[in-house]
Design a protein around this ligand. Structure first.
Ligand code: ATP
Ligand code: MG
Length: 181
């Protein structure tokens, strides 16, 4: 993974991380890792990990750090070794995950280059997720779980904005308006 471009797409649930990741990987030929999708895939396949993940996701809680970090390490090892770089979507979500990411990239001879923060007002996040729940049937896009996810975001994930600002890596982007903008 040397000479790579590694970016984190950061933002609240519903901020458009998945949508904008798809654009970035097309344009720059990067590999997309969405930890949410990795977990949903396990749930769909009914694996042991999927059962554990489901118990947290359905409550709007985070999967414990040690487990989530192990999963990410495995995906990097199996899928990303020969890629030009990675867009991380949905990871890190806690300070310990951010520290682990630093180590995981360092041991592969590379680094994190930027954290792009999609900033969207809370009312709009709620609307977007309710719409997505209706359109896709995604199970955690229901009013009660969304409320928990937003609270977890504020308490555990939002502090990373400050963390990456101090490292000079945080780049805020207005996440409202149309997708192509
Ligand atoms: P969006 O896809 O709109 O950005 P989101 O960020 O809530 O919304 P995902 O990133 O798909 O959705 O995550 C869905 C759920 O998966 C989370 O609510 C959490 O339970 C679990 N999850 C995903 N990534 C992590 C992580 N890095 N650490 C712990 N749990 C995670
Ligand atoms: Mg997503």
């Amino acid at each position: 993974m040397k000479d790579t471009l590694n970016v984190v797409l950061f933002g609240a649930p519903g901020s458009g991380k998945g949508t904008q990741s798809a654009k970035l990987i097309d344009k720059y030929g990067l590999y997309h890792i969405s930890t949410g999708e990795v977990l949903r895939d396990h749930i769909k396949r009914g694996t042991e990990l999927g059962k554990i993940a489901d118990s947290y996701i359905s409550e709007g809680q985070l999967i414990p750090d040690d487990l989530m970090i192990k999963i990410l390490d495995d995906v990097l090892e199996k899928e990303a070794a020969d890629k030009k770089g990675v867009v991380f979507d949905g990871f890190p979500r806690t300070i310990p995950q951010a520290e682990a990411l630093k180590e995981l990239l360092k041991k592969r001879g590379t680094d994190l280059h930027a954290v792009i923060g999609l900033e969207v007002p809370e009312e709009e996040l709620m609307e977007r997720m309710l719409l997505r729940g209706k359109e896709t049937g995604r199970a955690d896009d229901n009013p009660e779980t969304i409320k928990n996810r937003l609270k977890v975001y504020h308490d555990q994930t939002h502090p990373l904005r400050e963390y990456y600002t101090k490292e000079g890596k945080y780049l805020p982007i207005n996440g409202t308006g149309i997708v192509d903008e």
